[in-house]
Design a protein around this ligand. Structure first.
Ligand code: RNT
Ligand code: ZN
Length: 425
């Protein structure tokens, strides 16, 4: 069955669902429209296993790892843009694309990462404008010989540190150029891998150096209308199991003190810790959040996110607090063991689903039960809401957005694999 052939069925089911939600005071038409309008920043690096265009044959030196060798990885800008565009045709709603410094296009010239300029992202900017897909950005502190013994901005070697400071300053200039090009700010996220495999004797000095380096980077003025600065923490990485300089405590305090936005990555906390609970706490003290939607599995923080309880709870929290204007939604994962277009599609669709579901929650009833001390009612309602006819509204959202309903995107992905991906040798 092709996705467009069951329009009537989707509409009929939606009619019933609309009535069901209406009984709880929820306007499904409005929820669909709102959910479609929330931008999801899709990470370009799922398309090529975080390899980039510097001639590397994969990700290295930085505590993260892409595993798998499914055929069809994008090898250059044109392929990556084509793949992203195709994936975007399967993902409903507003999208942005997040780039890394690694994805500069220098026409075969070797340009140091500390010397990159907006002109090296010209092709991306032209594409962004033409396709109306705003760009976000990230300095790349990995896969580079100057990631010295696992350290970059916090390195004790001042030459190494200076190089990475120049790199981050350059990334902010490029992000600001994106912002001007697209007429809205580009989010520039700083994540560094710095840390130690085994127990450090000195936990303080690297943190002092990181604080100083960040201050120096952020001191360079960029137009706040063009760029939003964020900093991202981590719990541990490969080779930084015992100590991470940019821990959650470090960046939480830093972002609050310097009044910049904080990035919370769902895969960067203890396995039973959900960032949903952090949102209301952190937003009291920092101006905004970037959320990296990901899925941690044992040591890996970057599996494809699913429509899981954790992810749904995060979206519900943002909606319940009406914090949407202070939160940017982004994806961060890289799985090289499955079709990369499918990885993008599964992750992005699951986030869009959770956003829609959060908007369909009859939160007022929960609040009412809570305020009147009827906690059994609060729990009972939460449980009953789980089985409201959500899938009918989700299908309608896909139909309205003109993307495949249900499993329809899988056969399209298979065609693209045959016609495009498998031809790449
Ligand atoms: C790594 C961080 C970071 C990266 C990307 C590639 O643990 O999550 O966000 O995944 O920048
Ligand atoms: Zn992340």
């Amino acid at each position: 069955m092709k996705f467009c052939e069951n329009t009537e069925f989707v509409e009929a089911a939606y009619g019933l669902a609309k009535e069901a939600y209406g009984k709880f005071g929820i306007n499904t038409d409005k929820a669909v429209k709102t959910a479609l309008g929330i931008p999801i920043s899709v990470q370009c690096w799922q398309g090529d296993d975080v390899t980039g265009f510097e001639g590397a044959d994969g990700l290295s030196d930085g505590g993260i790892l892409a595993t798998g060798n499914y055929p069809g990885r994008a090898r250059n800008g044109d392929e990556l843009r084509a793949d992203a565009e195709f994936a975007f045709s399967l993902i409903p709603g507003k999208k942005r694309l997040s780039l890394h410094m690694l994805y500069a296009e220098t026409d075969g010239k070797k340009v140091g990462r500390d010397e990159l300029e907006p002109e090296h992202f010209e092709k991306w900017m032209v594409w962004s404008k033409k396709k109306r897909i705003p760009l976000d950005f990230n300095p790349s502190f990995f896969s580079h010989p100057l990631v010295q013994d696992g350290y970059t901005l916090a390195s004790a070697d001042s030459e190494v540190r200076r190089f990475w400071i120049r790199h981050a300053v350059a990334s902010r200039k490029i992000a600001a150029a994106f912002g001007v090009n697209q007429g809205s700010p580009s989010v520039n996220n700083i994540w560094i891998p710095d840390g130690s495999k085994d127990l450090p004797a000195d936990r303080l000095s690297p943190r002092l150096r990181l604080r100083e380096a960040l201050d120096e980077i952020l001191e360079v003025r960029q137009d706040p209308e063009a760029i939003i600065d964020t900093v991202e923490s981590k719990l541990f990485g490969i080779g930084s199991e015992s100590y991470v300089v940019g821990s959650h405590d470090f960046y939480l305090a830093y972002a609050a003190a310097r009044k910049i936005r904080l990035c919370l990555d769902m895969g960067h906390f203890h396995p039973t810790e959900n960032i949903a609970d952090k949102i209301s706490a952190v937003l009291l003290f920092v101006p905004g959040l970037l959320i990296h939607f990901s899925r941690g599995v044992r040591w890996d923080s970057d599996h494809v996110p699913l429509f899981s309880d954790e992810l749904r709870e995060v979206c519900r929290e943002v909606n319940r607090q009406k914090a949407g204007d202070k939160v940017d939604f982004a994806l961060d994962f890289f799985d090289a063991s499955i079709n990369r277009i499918a990885a993008w599609t599964i992750g992005a669709r699951s986030l869009r689903k959770a956003l829609l579901e959060s908007l369909l929650e009859p939160s007022r009833m929960l609040l009412h039960a809570e305020k009147s001390g009827k906690l059994h009612e609060r729990l009972g309602l939460m449980e009953e809401f789980k089985t409201l006819p959500f899938s009918a509204v989700w299908d309608k959202l896909c139909l309205d957005a003109n993307v495949p309903v249900g499993t329809g995107w899988l056969s399209k992905t298979a065609d693209y694999e045959d016609q495009v991906l498998l031809k790449r040798k």
